[in-house]
Write a protein that binds this ligand. Structure first.
Ligand code: AMP
Ligand code: GLY
Length: 428
């Protein structure tokens, strides 16, 4: 089979790496890919958000399946356009991708189907005073403000004081993120432990895939500003079999049923960001309509069987008749190496050496997330640059292997957190 993967990060490198091992895959193309992906697949220079270019590419190449990595092309309708020319797509339609593309849509959806989440209200620019008054209905800070639309991961603000929340209401409704913040969700702050849960869906049926946890803050001890994710591990101890079943029953199945009833059948991977505590059990922080990055890296590393039949069933139907992907090998961890300055403006262009040596550590694969090739050199070319991923019989050993590999990488401009998986390791 001929497979086309859309995207250029560590998530797409991990997907390509896993699918390359499938005996069914005869040709693997990635648009646009990256220098790490180029070692195992054919990279085509069409950007991940160039919907027309991607449709043209698919029309010319007729892949048997297109797997869309990032959310932006999905929200822009890439899956719809590919389905219109009879090309199977792993990824939701634009109408279903609104679960991630509009916070207001997803909150109203959850309210309608009694899916557990934080109490909220939506506001537009004319309702600035109401928005500020709504802050009074909470016990106090922190206040959670969310731009309705996609804002490159910056649209969620956790305000520590009322003054900060009020200023942010003015900024967002005043157009800080353009159309993305023309509408605002204000919601209750939820306490508990965060986890990421992934389910595969074909529009009718959802099956659990795996749980993971990531580290959003840039600094050790979960300090400093938020990032796209500085590391991840799977399985997540908090998402044991019983908790996964609760998440399926209370959240994932009602979501898939509700979307189907609303005429927005959901196909692809549903990524539910959860907050879990004793009192409320699992509640939805947010939906994402794609694999997490870097959660995908650890899930792909753990998969002991070929996921292609299931991914294909998500695209074409019949997931219920597919065997569930249950065979997982050892735990996995990924450590993100980022360019100095990230999540602000990262330093680019520094040469990275020792990648081959790092990849020789037992159980380690180094995924590229933001690299570029300069002659014979690989250089840093983004915020999150490398995802050093390791599996081992225990999570503790996986962490040791990952850091052993990190220490073999010679990159003056790079840094990473040194405490990835601390929460799971602390539990023993
Ligand atoms: P993102 O949407 O990935 O930029 O991240 C939003 C982050 O904000 C989540 O991962 C949570 O850590 C936090 N967050 C969002 N909504 C809430 C909430 N209602 N209560 C507590 N934390 C939240
Ligand atoms: N790691 C979180 C995300 O992909 O949104």
């Amino acid at each position: 089979m001929k497979i086309l993967i859309v995207g250029s990060g560590g998530r797409e490198h991990a997907l390509a790496w896993r699918l390359k091992q499938s005996p069914r895959v005869t040709q693997l193309m990635v648009a646009p890919g990256n220098p790490g992906i180029a070692d195992l697949a054919e990279c085509v220079p069409v950007a991940g958000d160039d919907v027309e270019g991607l449709v043209e590419l698919a029309r010319a190449e007729r892949p048997h399946l297109v797997i869309v990595g990032p959310e932006v092309p999905l929200v822009m309708g890439l899956a719809d356009k590919l389905r219109a020319i009879d090309i199977p797509v792993f990824g939701p339609s634009a109408r279903a991708a609104m679960l991630e593309g509009s916070k207001g849509f997803s909150k109203d959806f959850m309210a309608r189907y009694s899916i557990p989440t934080a109490r909220y209200r939506r506001f537009t620019a004319e309702q600035t005073a109401d928005a500020k008054a709504y802050l009074e209905t909470f016990d106090g800070p922190p206040y959670v403000l969310k731009a309705d639309g996609l804002a490159a991961g910056k649209g969620v603000v956790i305000a520590e004081t009322k003054a900060e929340a009020e200023a942010e209401i003015d900024a967002m409704l005043g157009g800080k993120f353009g159309a993305a913040s023309a509408s605002l969700v204000i919601e209750e702050f939820m306490h508990g432990e965060e986890a990421s849960f992934f389910a595969l869906c074909d529009g009718e049926t959802a099956v659990a895939l795996a749980g993971a946890q990531d580290h959003k803050r840039v600094g050790d001890g979960d300090t400093g500003p938020n990032t796209g994710g500085m590391g991840a591990y799977s399985p997540a101890p908090i998402l044991d079999a019983a908790m996964q079943q609760r998440v399926m029953d209370a959240i994932v199945t009602p979501t898939i049923d509700g979307m189907r009833q609303d005429g927005r059948p959901y196909r692809g991977v549903l990524f539910v960001g959860l907050m879990i505590d004793e009192t409320h059990g699992p509640r939805v922080v947010e939906y994402n309509v794609r694999f997490g990055d870097p959660e995908c890296q650890v899930i792909m590393a753990r998969l002991a069987e070929d996921p292609l039949p299931q991914l294909l069933a998500c695209a074409t139907g019949g997931l219920a008749g597919c065997k569930r992907l249950e065979r997982f090998s050892d735990p996995a961890v990924t450590v993100v190496m980022a360019g100095a300055g990230y999540p602000g403006e990262p330093k680019k262009g520094g040469v990275i050496r020792g990648l081959a040596e790092a990849g020789q550590v037992d159980g380690v694969t180094v995924f590229h997330a933001g690299t570029a090739r300069q002659g014979n050199d690989i250089v840093g070319n983004g915020g999150r640059v490398l995802n050093v991923t390791a599996t081992a019989p225990t999570l503790k050993e996986a962490v040791q292997r990952a850091y052993e590999a990190v220490d073999r990488i010679d990159w003056a401009d790079g840094f990473c957190r040194r405490d990835i998986a601390w929460r799971a390791l602390e539990r023993g």
